[in-house]
Structure formats: C-alpha cells, structure tokens
Design a protein around this ligand. Structure first.
Ligand SMILES: Nc1ncnc2c1ncn2[C@@H]1O[C@H](COP(=O)(O)OP(=O)(O)OP(=O)(O)O)[C@@H](O)[C@H]1O
Ligand SMILES: [Mg+2]
Length: 509
C-alpha cells in the first residue's frame, strides 16, 4: 500500500453492515467495525460469535453476502487474500500457513513478487533481520520452519505480513498457542507496530490480555455488535457481561430435584495433551445419578482431555478416575464401556461413527454382544436388522435407508445415530460433547430432549458445550474449566453471566 495520508477522521478500515451466512447460519448479521491507524483493537465474543468470519471478510478470504469493506475510504470489494495484502491487510490465522521444509526467508517471499532488489538472499535476510529487531521478534532467517517453536513460527507469520507491507495486521487468537512469557513479548511487539501508525486487530478470549494490549474493544454476540468501548472506560466484569448477554435463560431443572449417588468422580486428575503439555491440572469433579453437569469453557481449555480420560482414550499423569466408587484409571476402553460409560464425541464423523459402514451397522455397534442381535456363532443378521430398525424408529432417524452409509445422513441424523447407539447400550454415565453444534434448530432440540430424558431416567450426564445458554438451560450444575482447571462449580439456577464470563476468561470474580 503506498502512503496516501489518512486523515484524522478517516479510519484505516471501516466494515459496514457485514452479513455472512453459511448454510442458514448467520455468522455475521450486519456487523460494523472500524479500525483506526495507531490502535490495537480487540475483538471479543464467545465461541461462534462471528469474530473469525468478520476478519476473513476483511482479509479477502470470505465474500460477504451484504455490506461494504472500506479501506482508507476505498470501498472496492476485496476479492482475494492477495487483493487484501495489496491493499495493506494481513492476517495471521489460528493455524499457520507456513511450508515446513522451507526456511524462514523462503516462507516470507513464497508466492510473493517483491521488488527485484529484495529477492536476492542477502538483502532479503537483512530486511527480515531489520524488521525482527525493530519489533523485537527474534527469528533466524536461514532455518527451516520445521525446526522452529510454535512461538517462532508465529513471529515468521507476522514478519511475512509486515514484509509484504501490511498496514493492518489481524491476529486471530495469537496467544492461544503461546506461553505466558511469549504472550507478553507479543503484546509488546504489537504495541510497537501500533505506535508506528499501523492498525492491529487482536482476537482473544483472555480478558487480562485484552485489557493490557487494546486501546478499544469491540464485543460481538451471535453475529451482531454489542458495543465498542475504549479500554480505559470499561472493566473485565462489564466485558464478561457484554459477551454473554444480559439474558441467560432460566435453568430448566427445578431447584429441589434430588440427584442420586455419585457415578463419576475425578480426583486431582492430571493429563497431558498430544504435544505433551499439561491439559488437565488437578481436576476435581463429580457427576451424580440423575443430574446433568454442564462443563462450560472457551473451546480448547481441556474439555476434550477431560472426556478422554474418563472414557480411557487418554492416560492420566496424576490423580484418579472413579466410576461408581471403583478406580477405573487403569482400565481399558472396552472395560469402561462394558461397565456403563457412554460417550458421544464432538467430532461425530471422525471419532463418533464409522462413516463408511451402514446406518444399521452403526446403530447396533454397541449391542452386538447381546441377544437378539448376536446369535450363537454368527451375527444374527435378521435380529440385527430388526434391532436397528427399532432404534431408527425410536430415535426418529429420518430419510434413512438403513443400508446406506451413515456419512450420507444429515448432521442432525448422524447425531441421532450416535446418541441412539450410546443410549441403547444403557450407560449409567453419558458424556455428550458439543452435541448440538452444527445442527438446525429442530435437530438441536431433539438432541437436547434425548439428553434430558437420560437425566430424568436417573443417568449421570456430563454435558460439554460452547453454548452457554444451552448449558444453563439443561444443566443441574455448571462447572467452568479454564486452562485445565475447574474454576468453580455451582447450581445452574444460580448462574450469573458476569461470574461465568470471568471464570471462563481465567479470572476469579
Ligand atoms: N466455513 C463455514 N461453514 C459453515 N459454518 C461456518 C463456517 N465458518 C463459520 N461458521 C459458523 O459461523 C459462526 C461464526 O463462526 P466464527 O468462526 O466466525 O466464530 P468465532 O467468533 O471466530 O468463534 P471462536 O471463538 O470459536 O473462534 C459459527 O456458528 C460457525 O459454526
Ligand atoms: Mg474464531
């Protein structure tokens, strides 16, 4: 972007009335957003609020259904990421887009036709070194990307955008992958870039960070603007309330319901994630018969690991998992299933069902050891079919040719197959993760009804969801998880949006 001066009143970027729909979901529903030169502008909102979508529109990755993108007063549509960078807009995504076997310098120039003088290696490396020093973002230009830490890879992504002349830099949850020290260093670098007149968009769920780095904050909720405020005029409590809204629904469970005996107990549970970093740090949690415990939290704070240690998919590095007073920590997955633990994972098609097997085969996958499905020697095909047909009927799985692969079903019906299979195995504990995500309103309601029926039938249900309204409506108790720790547990009818919002952002109110 060459330097047409920006007048004091004119923002660097103005998004007006942005609408973006994905198959019926309004990810952005008329959003306005302004970015000034010299500011760090934080974008806040719950999972699914529409932050990434809005910034993808600005960065030329998503075409809006309505609304305008104005860059320095020019509202020509941004039709590609290349067009965006040509106009000075650079975005660093949650998942980096670097080529592993190329060096830092090669990644910086990859697919970029820079002025000739800069294409030679030495001057290129000098320029990278200059930028890296200027903004205090240490990288080694000659090293291949696969040798770099995550933090260093992120610095390469940022430098790549600066090298290409980004005047606007968008960072989508950059600190989610960083250590606290790296996060502090990044904040310092971003402040330096802003001080030079760049505009920085900073997406984060962590209120401490947002307060520390941002000049202004825009809060989105369900694809709409809630407010834009100056950081100096707000508090973390107010931000938490704005993110979650002032209208938490009524808790569904009557206050005097009596939960039964403890079914699941986690006792100081510790576990690592796939990279060997701590995912659970001393989790204590109980789920009793006849209650739904809702696990609230921003995605990626240990929810998945928690489900996996209960089911036996992830080893413990400390503590114990007790199921009906027996220590099952060392048990195999099969033994836990046999004992009565059911699991509906969040990634339904990858980990939940066998997509290429038929609907019928998926439905009965858990009951095959019992009559009438299993004959004495061979699988009793007729019995299996009858059982599958009964389940399809009972769980209202529609449009289903039972012999068709399960992958041919709609998302809502895949969810029903999964729930039908788990529920038909008659578990005493059911873990349901993101069970309504991606479902339309009716399928989501049907799923919720099934889970509530399980609770009413005396089963223990652990419900993991990013939808706080849903958690409050369905749960008897709510536990909030943040960075692998349970920040608090309380009855759902006492849920307070500010308290939950702060706990989810890692603050004790
Ligand atoms: N490519 C897509 N196809 C279908 N739906 C999508 C797509 N991208 C986003 N959505 C939906 O649009 C809504 C907004 O998503 P978006 O990723 O913008 O939220 P976000 O605020 O960035 O959330 P998070 O904090 O979880 O990153 C969600 O309901 C999401 O499921
Ligand atoms: Mg996002």
């Amino acid at each position: 972007m060459d330097g047409a001066p920006v007048s004091a009143e004119q923002p660097l970027v103005a998004l007006r009335g942005i609408v973006k729909e994905f198959s019926g979901v309004r990810a952005n529903d008329g959003v306005d957003f302004e970015l000034r030169a010299g500011e760090v502008h934080a974008l806040l909102g719950e999972n699914g609020a529409g932050k990434t979508t809005l910034m993808n529109v600005l960065a030329g990755l998503a075409r809006p259904d309505a609304g305008t993108v104005e860059i320095r007063g020019d509202d020509t549509a941004v039709r590609s990421p290349r067009a965006a960078i040509d106009r000075g807009i650079g975005m660093v995504h949650q998942h980096f887009r670097l080529v592993d076997r190329f060096t830092v310098a090669e990644n910086v120039t990859l697919g970029w036709h820079a002025p000739k003088a800069l294409l030679r290696r030495r001057p290129l490396e000098r320029e990278i070194a200059r930028l890296s020093e200027l903004y205090r973002m240490p990288v080694q230009a000659g090293r291949p990307v696969w040798q770099l830490s995550v933090g260093e890879q992120q610095r390469v992504e940022i430098l790549k955008n600066l090298y290409r002349g980004a005047q606007v830099l968008i960072l989508d949850e950059p600190t989610a992958v960083l250590t606290p020290q790296e996060s502090l260093a990044l904040v310092d670098s971003l402040r330096r870039m802003a001080a030079e007149g760049r505009g920085i968009v900073f997406i984060s769920h962590k209120l401490d960070e947002v307060m520390a780095v941002a000049d202004r904050i825009t809060v989105l909720r369900r694809g709409r603007n809630v407010a834009t405020v100056a950081t100096s005029d707000t508090t973390q409590g107010e931000l938490a309330r704005m993110m979650i809204g002032h209208d938490l629904p009524q808790a569904a469970a009557p206050d005097d319901r009596q939960a039964g005996a403890g079914v699941l107990r986690l006792d100081a549970v510790e576990a690592d994630d796939d990279r060997g970093l701590p995912a659970l740090r001393g989790v204590d949690l109980e789920v009793r018969a006849g209650e739904i415990v809702g696990l609230a939290g921003v995605a990626g704070n240990g929810q998945l690991a928690l489900a996996e240690v209960v089911v036996g998919l992830r080893p413990l590095s400390g503590g114990r998992v007790l199921f009906e007073d027996r220590d099952v920590s060392g048990w195999s997955i099969a033994r836990r299933i046999g004992a009565g633990i059911g699991y509906c994972p969040e990634d339904r098609l990858r980990h939940g069902v066998a997509p290429t097997l038929s609907i019928a085969e998926n439905l009965i996958a858990k009951s095959y050891r019992r009559r009438p499905v299993s004959g004495r020697l061979l699988l009793d095909r007729r019995g299996a079919r009858r059982a599958a047909a009964e389940l399809a009927e009972r769980f209202d799985i529609r449009g289903a040719d039972l012999d068709a692969p399960v992958a041919s079903l709609s998302g809502g019906n895949v969810q029903k197959v999964l729930l039908a299979r788990e529920i038909s195995a008659d578990p005493r504990l059911l873990i349901a993760a993101q069970s309504t995500r991606g479902l339309d309103v009716h399928a989501a309601e049907a799923t919720r009804r099934l889970l509530l029926e399980q609770r009413n039938a005396g089963r223990a249900v652990l419900l993991i969801s990013e939808d706080l309204d849903e958690l409050v409506r369905m749960s008897d108790r709510i536990a909030v998880i943040y960075e692998g720790r349970i920040m608090g547990t309380f009855p759902a009818h006492e849920a307070d949006e500010e308290e939950i919002g702060l706990l989810m952002a890692g603050r004790r109110p």
